[in-house]
Each structure stands twice: as C-alpha cells, then as structure tokens.
Design a binder for this molecule. Structure first.
Ligand code: A5P
Length: 232
C-alpha cells in the first residue's frame, strides 16, 4: 500500500468509526454503500455482536450480503416509513453539503434511503471535499436500458460527455437492472438546477446529485476527525 493510499484509508476509517459510535440501541439504520460505509457497517456488526440492538436497511445487494454476514438484522424498505439515521459515503461534497454519489453504482437506493432518513451522516476522507462539484469527478446518471442512448443525447446537449459504465467486458448493470452513464460536466455551478433538469430527461431513472440530503458530514482530516453539521 502506498503512503498516500494508506493516509486516505486511515481518514476513511476514522470517519467511519466516529459515525458508527453515533448509532444507538433501538434505531433503524440506513446502511450505505462503498468502501467507507463498509468500514462503518463492519464496526456496527462488531457492536451488534456486543449487544447493540438495531435493524438496518441496505442500500445495495452487496451491503445486504455484508450485513447478513455480520448478523445485522435487515428490514425491507417498503415496510418502514422512516429511518432514524443513515451512514453513507460520497464521491464529492461541497460547502453547502450538495453531493455527487453513485461511484459504486448504488445511487437510487442510496437516495431513497437518504430521503427517508431523519439524519443522513456522510463519511468521507479529506479528498472528497470540493469547492465545486464535478471538477474532478464524473456525475453518475442511472438510465433505462431501453432508452439509454436517447438519455445520452439529451445529457450531451446539457454540455457534458457521457461514458456508458462498464464492468470488465460487459456493460455495468445496477442492482435495479439499469445502465449508468458517467457524465463529465467539468464543473457544476448550479447542482440543484442541474438535478431538476436531468430528472426531466426521458429514460433517466435518477441522478447522482444529492441536494439537501446530508445532515452531518464527518471527514477524516490528517490525524483528526471533523464533525460538521449542515450549514443553515
Ligand atoms: C456508492 O454508489 C457511492 O455513492 C458511494 O457512497 C461513494 O461512491 C463513496 O464510495 P467510497 O466510500 O468507496 O469512496
């Protein structure tokens, strides 16, 4: 492991552990997807073995399997109306707590769980905090297989270049059986406006722009961890 990647991993782990400490007995917990959320979920699994009583809602089939392996009881999202707390990662987060998510392909379930959560805790390493979304990373947009090229043309007209996500020599399929277009906007000045515009494109199922959904950001920063509430 390089020095740089181990520093990032330490930041992720520190943020993830701090978030897992915030979970209390009796809570219904949204379980995010990605490498940072996985650390938090493993920590929750450890606490469950020590007696913590929680139930979880998984945001992907991979996390469903992980939670089951850790004996974290899971409930069906359609059988609940709200969650107490969700712990999830992000690809980018700006100073207003707007985010890009979906690098791991789980954006739809992550967004639905975030919308239903009273508290959405976002855990990141320091590289994920950005001045402007989209400068350094692509925006994932989940699209129907039948109409993906129609969506691609409409997205391109908005000023981005799109790449159909692949997994090896196959087109990547989301847990929902859809394709993902990774859209390079080269900087997004109006994330809320862009989210609305993208959602009106036929064949788009969901965009990876998460607006007004994060309540608390926990960021690993060098040797320390910062816990920051969403600015009013
Ligand atoms: C999953 O679809 C994503 O939204 C992840 O939450 C995001 O990509 C962060 O993942 P890492 O914690 O692996 O960076």
């Amino acid at each position: 492991m390089s020095k740089e990647s181990s520093a990032t991993d330490l930041e992720k782990a520190a943020a993830a552990r701090r978030a897992a400490e915030m979970v209390r007995d009796g809570q219904l917990v949204g379980l995010g997807t990605g490498s940072t959320a996985t650390i938090a979920i493993r920590e929750l699994g450890r606490r469950v073995k020590e007696g913590l009583k929680i139930e979880g809602v998984a945001t992907s089939t991979a996390i469903e399997a992980l939670a089951a392996s850790l004996s974290i009881p899971l409930v069906n999202f359609n059988e609940i109306s709200k969650l107490d707390i969700t712990i999830d990662g992000a690809d980018e987060i700006d100073s207003k707590f707007n985010m890009i998510k979906g690098g791991g392909g789980a954006l739809i379930r992550e967004k639905l769980v975030a919308i239903a959560s009273e508290k959405e805790i976002i855990i990141v390493d320091s590289s994920k905090r950005v001045a402007r979304l989209g400068d350094a990373r692509v925006l994932p947009v989940e699209v129907l297989r039948f109409g993906w090229s129609l969506a691609e043309r409409a997205l391109t007209k908005l000023g981005c270049t799109c790449v159909l996500r692949r997994a090896g020599d196959q087109v990547f399929l989301s847990d929902n059986g859809n394709y993902i277009l990774d859209c390079n906007f080269g900087g997004i000045d109006d994330p809320a406006g862009l989210e609305k515009t993208i959602k009106l494109i036929p064949a788009v199922v969901e965009s990876g722009l998460f607006i007004n959904l994060a309540s608390t950001l926990i960021v690993g920063s060098g040797q320390s961890v910062q816990v920051i509430d969403r600015p009013a």
